[in-house]
Design a protein around this ligand. Structure first.
Ligand SMILES: [Zn+2]
Length: 217
């Protein structure tokens, strides 16, 4: 039988693993500067250029409505993750002063959710929709101290629905309600998106109807 001591140890290891995987550092591909310029790094090819240029265009439009993030460094990374896109602090800078912290937006290369193909078909409005959600996450992170961020990351799996719905609400407050709806319509009608991803969206995020209710009230 598993003793209480072992269970405690297991929980501590699981929490440490959770923090490390959340904030894990990767090689960046693009770094957007506040002037709208960007620097490119490794793994750069023609296909990625298409994806990257539409990302940059959408990101710059969205950033204009998040003036608080103007001086914050955000890196664009491609990585095999389970969701389409994610925003996280860069691990090495988590405990730095809030103004000096760096963040990353990760686009999935996971072959199961076919996100690379999907992002080649996405409209600029839908791209703005998903990015406005990711920048809303970064806005929340930017208001937290390093220690608060670590606890926030540990609590995330237990408060996922609340956090994700509040993040959608921030994006709507910044004027991206219609774009969020367009993103949702895009993924619902696409034959590239996995059922698992759609179920997760349905369970944890604002629905099209809920967003419509907010923006047309
Ligand atoms: Zn989110």
């Amino acid at each position: 039988m598993v003793s209480r001591k072992h269970l405690k140890l297991f929980l501590i290891i699981a929490l440490i693993f959770r923090v490390i995987t959340t904030f894990c550092h990767d090689a960046s591909i693009i770094e957007i500067t506040k002037s709208g310029n960007f620097n490119t790094f490794t793994n750069y090819d023609r296909n990625q250029y298409y994806l990257d240029s539409s990302f940059i265009n959408a990101a710059l439009i969205v950033l204009k409505r998040y003036p608080e993030l103007e001086n914050i460094k955000i890196k664009y990374i491609k990585k095999n993750i389970n969701t389409m896109m994610a925003a996280r602090p860069v691990i090495g800078s988590t405990l730095k002063q809030m103004g000096k912290r760096k963040y990353k937006i990760i686009t999935s290369t996971n072959p199961k959710n076919k996100s690379e193909k999907l992002f080649r078909q996405i409209s600029i409005n839908a791209y703005e929709g998903i990015l406005s959600h990711e920048f809303a996450h970064i806005l929340c992170y930017s208001k937290k101290t390093g220690v608060q961020l670590i606890f926030y990351s540990i609590a995330y799996p237990f408060k996922k629905r609340k956090i994700e719905r509040e993040t959608d609400q921030i994006a709507i407050d910044r004027g991206f309600g219609k774009e969020l709806i367009e993103y949702n319509q895009f993924i619902i009608t696409s034959n590239l998106v996995s059922k698992k991803y759609l179920k997760n969206k349905e369970r944890n995020y604002l629905s099209i109807k809920e967003i419509e209710k907010i923006i047309y009230k």
